[in-house]
Design a protein around this ligand. Structure first.
Ligand code: ASP
Length: 308
C-alpha cells in the first residue's frame, strides 16, 4: 500500500471499471489514515443523498463519513415517492438542479445506468450508491478493503460468490475489482436462474481470471478463502416462483462452516434475510459486521478523493 496520495483523482464514481491498482491503493491508504478520525477538511461542503431505493448502511455510512470530515448533509429518502419524480420530473432535470445545491451527489436508483445518466448532466461529482441490478462500486471498495484487512492481500484468493449473481450489483462491482489482482480464482455458486451473466464472464475471461460455475457450495467450500454470500434480490424478480427457487438454493449454516477452512472468512453486503443462519454470527470467520463497519472509513476516503 502506498502512503503518499497520488495526484490522480476521479471526477465521478460510477463503475468499478474506473479503478486500477494505483487508485485503489490511494483510496485504501486514505481509508487507513481516516479510520476512526474526525476533522474539518470538508467544512462548508454539502453532500446530497438522493435515494430512489431503500438503504440503511449505504446512506448512513455516507452521511457519517461526510459529517466526520466536517461537511454537511442533506437528502431525500424514498425519492420515488417524495420528490418531483411523482410529478413526472426526469432524473436529468433533478440532477441538474441538485448540482446547484450540493458539492457532491450520492445517488441510489432502481435502474441500471442511472448513475451514468446523472453524471452526464451533473456539474458536481456523482457517486453511484447502487443502480438497480447494475453496480455498487463503493460497496465493492469496502468489500475489497475488508478482504485486504482480514487476509493481508487480495492477491491469489479463491472467492466463492454465492446467492444472486444475476441481479446482485455488489457482486458485479467486486468481481471487476478483484480481477485487477493476480492469481485470484472465482467460483460462482448459484442456481441457473440467478447465475452470473455471460457479459461479466466474458470480461473475466479476457482479463485472464480463472473461474468456475457450479450450483453446489459443497464442490468448493473446502478450498475457498472467502465466501461472499448475497441476498436473493426479490425486488428484481417478475416471477416469484423463480425467486422462491433461488432463495432456498444456497444457505450458510453451522454445517457449511464445519467444511470451511479455519482461516477463511464469510462476507455479505447485508441486509441478510435467511441466507446466513444467525448461528454463524458468533464464529470468528463471520466477517460481515466488520465489513459493514469498514464502510465509513472507505466512504470518507472516497469523499476526500472527490472533494479534498
Ligand atoms: N445492500 C446491498 C445493495 O444495495 C445488497 C442488497 O441489497 O442485497 O445492493
Amino acid at each position: 500500500m502506498t502512503s503518499a496520495s497520488t495526484t490522480r483523482t476521479l471526477e465521478h464514481v460510477i463503475s468499478s471499471e474506473q479503478f486500477d491498482r494505483e487508485i485503489l491503493d490511494d483510496i485504501f491508504a486514505r481509508a487507513d489514515r481516516l479510520a476512526g478520525h474526525r476533522d474539518t477538511r470538508l467544512a462548508g461542503r454539502i453532500m446530497a443523498t438522493l435515494f430512489y431505493e431503500p438503504s440503511t448502511r449505504t446512506r448512513l455510512s455516507f452521511e457519517s463519513a461526510m459529517l466526520r470530515l466536517g461537511g454537511s448533509v442533506m437528502g431525500t429518502e424514498a425519492a420515488r415517492e417524495f420528490s418531483s419524480v411523482i410529478k413526472g420530473e426526469t432524473l436529468e432535470d433533478t440532477i441538474r438542479m441538485v448540482s446547484s445545491y450540493a458539492d457532491v451527489i450520492v445517488l441510489r436508483h432502481d435502474q441500471a445506468g442511472a448513475a451514468a445518466r446523472a453524471a452526464a448532466v451533473a456539474s458536481v461529482p456523482v457517486v453511484n450508491a447502487g443502480d438497480g441490478p447494475g453496480e455498487h462500486p463503493t460497496q465493492a471498495l469496502l468489500d475489497l478493503y475488508t478482504i485486504r484487512s482480514e487476509r493481508g492481500t487480495a492477491d491469489g484468493v479463491h472467492i466463492a460468490f454465492c446467492g444472486d449473481l444475476r441481479f446482485g450489483r455488489t457482486v458485479h462491482s467486486l468481481v471487476q475489482l478483484l480481477s485487477l489482482h493476480p492469481g485470484v480464482r472465482m467460483s460462482f455458486v448459484a442456481p441457473e436462474v440467478v447465475q452470473v451473466g455471460a457479459d461479466l464472464l466474458a470480461r473475466m475471461a479476457a482479463a485472464g481470471v480463472v473461474f468456475q460455475l457450479t450450483d453446489r457450495l459443497d464442490d468448493v467450500i473446502s478450498s475457498v478463502d472467502v465466501v461472499y454470500q448475497t441476498r436473493v434480490q426479490k425486488e428484481r424478480f417478475t416471477d416469484l416462483v423463480d425467486f422462491e427457487a433461488a432463495r432456498r438454493a444456497i444457505r450458510i449454516d453451522a454445517e457449511v462452516m464445519r467444511a470451511l477452512p479455519p482461516n477463511a472468512i464469510v462476507m455479505h453486503p447485508l441486509p441478510r434475510v435467511d441466507e446466513i443462519a444467525t448461528e454463524v454470527d458468533s464464529d470468528p470467520r463471520a466477517a460481515y459486521f466488520r465489513q459493514a463497519r469498514n464502510g465509513v472509513a472507505v466512504r470518507m476516503a472516497v469523499l476526500d478523493l472527490l472533494l479534498g
